[in-house]
Design a protein around this ligand. Structure first.
Ligand code: NAP
Length: 246
């Protein structure tokens, strides 16, 4: 009997959840619990951390999980590392469902950096208007450049004071489109965009908008995660599930 744990929190995870439900597969969807109203899924859903790699390994046993699909965000490196360790310890096959990283194209002005701190350093010293499109984590580091105005796009209203002085908060949930993102950037007089290289379609509109408006993008590269098999489409994940089940 196949019983899948799907680690979610991305558009790709929701797409896969739909496919698993339609195929009538036994699967549990897992959210970290970061947003107040997570998208509801067509699968039984659990919310909250497992308690590190050990907690996850114990969960895999208790819940008789036979396969884990890690469809978390490419920047959710802790969860992905825990999944590799827990699956190795429990002897449960794991694959990641991961979207390819975005690549700069003609007309893009990207500055590649490898960490949040490097993105802060890359911002100019003179006051700028920055679209900080990185979610709610890691805002604190940008307090080192208080001269800038930061436009934040968040899923939920902040439940605590923000660590940045000059901010405008836009509450919105993706996917976003180019017309909307161009209008947003023009309305706020944006001069710089800071983005995590998430890949995928849902959050790519800001990059096309930045290209159209001739704005520089400070692109933060993905964190390292231990090696695991990577599948790039729902069909590939489904094939992996049926091969390893066989
Ligand atoms: N990081 C981003 O930029 C970003 C962007 C969009 C969406 N997300 C989504 O937001 C969630 C949290 O991301 P993060 O960057 O905070 O992760 P993280 O730093 O890698 O994970 C921190 C801890 O959160 C718990 N966790 C993370 N994802 C989980 C899941 N799907 N189910 C159950 N527990 C989970 C785990 O707690 P325990 O150790 O207690 O098990 C994990 O150790 C993920 O589901 C991710 O897909 C993240």
């Amino acid at each position: 009997m196949t019983r899948i744990l799907l680690l979610g929190g991305t558009t790709e995870a929701s797409t896969l959840a739909k496919a698993l439900a339609e195929a009538g597969m036994d699967a549990v969807f897992s959210y970290a619990g970061r947003t107040a109203k997570p998208v509801s899924q067509p699968l039984p859903t659990r919310i909250g951390g497992f308690g590190g790699a050990e907690g996850l390994a114990a969960y895999l046993k208790t819940e008789s999980i036979t396969h884990v699909v890690d469809a978390t965000h490419p920047f959710a490196a802790q969860m992905s590392t825990n999944a590799v360790q827990a699956c190795a310890a429990a002897g449960v096959p794991l694959c990641a469902f991961e979207r390819p990283a975005w690549q700069a194209g003609e007309g893009d002005h990207w500055l590649h950096v490898d960490s949040i701190d490097a993105a802060v350093d890359a911002l100019p010293d003179t006051p700028a208007r920055v679209f900080l499109a990185i979610g709610k984590q890691n805002l604190t580091q940008f307090a080192a450049k208080p001269q800038h105005h930061y436009l934040l796009r968040l899923v939920d209203e902040p439940d605590a004071p923000l660590p940045l002085m000059h901010t405008t908060v836009e509450i919105a949930r993706g996917p976003f489109d180019v017309a909307g993102d161009s209008a947003l950037m023009q309305r706020h007089g944006i001069t710089h965009v800071v983005a995590k290289n998430a890949g995928g379609a849902g959050a790519a509109a800001k990059l096309t908008a930045a290209r159209t408006l001739g704005l520089p993008v400070i692109m933060i590269g993905r964190p390292d995660v231990p090696a695991r098999p990577i599948k790039g489409s729902v069909a590939e994940v489904m094939a992996w599930l049926s091969h390893s089940a066989a």
